[in-house]
Design a binder for this molecule. Structure first.
Ligand code: ADP
Ligand code: MG
Length: 260
């Protein structure tokens, strides 16, 4: 809950997070702290565990060891008398609402207009009155620069516009943390900028954001910190400029050479 989050409580605190799929250990002990209002960028080769870590944060995956706190609350558990208890389905759903997620593929409902896509979760999950939900959905679409496109269907929108609808859809739930998993990787190059601009604007309003991206310029401009992940571990972290321009670790250097 927002009240419980003071400036001193990090928005995200992950400690010793481990996750395996069968015999394959994908996360090998991740420690991460993301301050309130910070933008944390994630970089790393395909298969290094970036998406899995993001999915653990809103419990689309359960973790095998360690703990994750978002806004001071333990993800997936509650503490009572010094012991951990699983959250109920309802408690889990409530917790998940605080975390907005934007994926590489926008996954909009094709048979719903932009406005209906943004209204869907607040209507179904928050069960708020329709007039109020519509007003908030319109405000969310305005935040992503799509006023005037409310009645269009996904097929009538460009990829960049569709991704902006997906961002508005996440914002309509009033999350306290936004996770972006390669949000521009599926877009034609000329459409990348408009999505990054929306994310830049969101960051400037103080939204806490974790962004998996290979957009180095965006990371340098907007990121407060950048972590480089490889083989299920955070290999290096620092300001984006430090890590991108002066990587200390050999694996980071090799990755940056290969992608530049
Ligand atoms: P990244 O996002 O950095 O490319 P992922 O987190 O998607 O990496 O994947 C890390 C590793 O975990 C990969 O080897 C991937 O095949 C594996 N993996 C991810 N999800 C699953 C799953 N549901 N079942 C089995 N293996 C998975
Ligand atoms: Mg991924």
């Amino acid at each position: 809950m927002k009240e419980a989050t003071t400036m001193n409580t990090p928005m995200v605190l992950a400690q010793g997070v481990r996750k395996s799929f069968g015999a394959h250990e994908v996360l090998k002990g991740i420690d991460l702290e993301v301050g309130n209002g910070q933008v944390m960028c994630f970089l790393g080769p395909s298969g290094s565990g970036k998406s899995t870590f993001l999915r653990c944060m809103n419990r689309l995956e359960t973790i095998d060891a360690g703990r994750i706190r978002v806004g001071g609350e333990l993800v997936g558990y509650k503490e009572k008398n010094g012991r951990l208890h699983h959250l109920t389905e309802a408690e889990q759903a409530r917790q998940r609402r605080d975390i907005g997620m934007v994926f590489q593929r926008f996954n909009l409902f094709a048979h719903m207009s932009a406005l209906e896509n943004v209204m869907e979760a607040p209507l179904r999950v928050l069960k708020r009155p329709k007039a109020e939900v519509r007003e908030r959905a319109q405000a969310a679409l305005e935040r992503v620069g799509l006023t005037g496109h409310e009645r269009k269907y996904p097929a009538q929108l460009s990829g960049g516009q569709q991704q902006r609808v997906a961002i508005a859809r996440a914002l309509a739930m009033e999350p306290k943390l936004m996770l972006f998993d390669e949000p521009t990787s599926a877009l034609d190059p000329e459409l990348v900028g408009e999505v990054l601009d929306v994310m830049r604007g969101l960051a400037s309003t103080g939204m806490t954001m974790i962004v998996v991206t290979h957009e180095m310029e965006f990371a340098k401009d907007v990121g407060d910190e950048l972590v480089f992940m490889d083989g299920g571990l955070i290999v290096e972290r620092g300001t984006p400029r430090e890590v991108l321009e002066n990587p200390r670790h050999e694996r980071t250097q090799r990755f940056l050479r290969a992608t530049s």
